[in-house]
Write a protein that binds this ligand. Structure first.
Ligand code: SF4
Ligand code: SF4
Length: 184
């Protein structure tokens, strides 16, 4: 089991393969945790998970990970496309052709998805080539600072096996709430 003591550890482990394997083992447990949160806390757990995620984020070095940029496809809003193209010194159309693909379920008109996994804008040092103008979907990932955690749980739990911040935050929330966990 990959566990971490948030109070005593300066940095948290980024063992991506172990987290991926653990997420498979915890699939049913994580569904049960959602039911547990709904029954016991309703929507009143936001402050706890926000505080936990803040603490966890300060102990995870994303530059040693980059797994979101390597394995997810963020959405890029219409108004974000031109600034990114400018940062790359290429025309917006060329940027869209090279890096983006259509997004069938796009919530916002003109929104597109990053084409490649890994993202074509990730450099070899795991840094974003357009960091200052990166899409909002990237800058706000893994979205644990937002409210309505229980309502958004089904989407967030998809990142449990991908993002060490999500993994460690959910484990810490299970500990905080006294949710009975399996030891695999
Ligand atoms: S645009 Fe930058 S932050 Fe977003 S996925 Fe690509 S490399 Fe990562
Ligand atoms: S946000 Fe999560 S998946 Fe992305 S680099 Fe940081 S720890 Fe890794």
């Amino acid at each position: 089991m990959i566990s971490a003591d948030l109070n005593n550890e300066a940095t948290l482990p980024i063992d991506l393969e172990a987290i991926k394997q653990k997420s498979l083992l915890d699939k049913e447990e994580n569904k049960a945790f959602h039911q547990f949160l709904k029954a016991k806390y309703g929507g009143h757990i936001d402050n706890d998970i926000i505080n936990i995620a803040q603490s966890v984020s300060s102990k995870v070095n994303c530059l040693h990970c980059g797994n979101c940029c390597k394995s997810l496809q963020p959405s890029v809003l219409a108004e974000e496309q031109e600034p990114i193209a400018k940062a790359l010194s290429i025309p917006t159309e060329a940027f869209c052709d090279k890096y983006l693909e259509p997004y069938e379920d796009a919530f916002f008109e003109g929104s597109m998805l990053m084409k490649a996994e890994p993202c074509g804008l990730l450099d070899t040092n795991l840094k974003c080539k357009v960091y200052s103008v990166r899409p909002r979907d990237c800058s706000s990932f893994p979205h644990l600072h937002k409210r309505d955690f229980v309502a958004r749980y089904a989407n967030l739990i998809e990142y449990y096996g991908v993002c060490p911040i999500v993994y460690h935050s959910i484990v810490a929330l299970k500990n905080l709430t006294g949710f009975p966990q399996e030891t695999h």
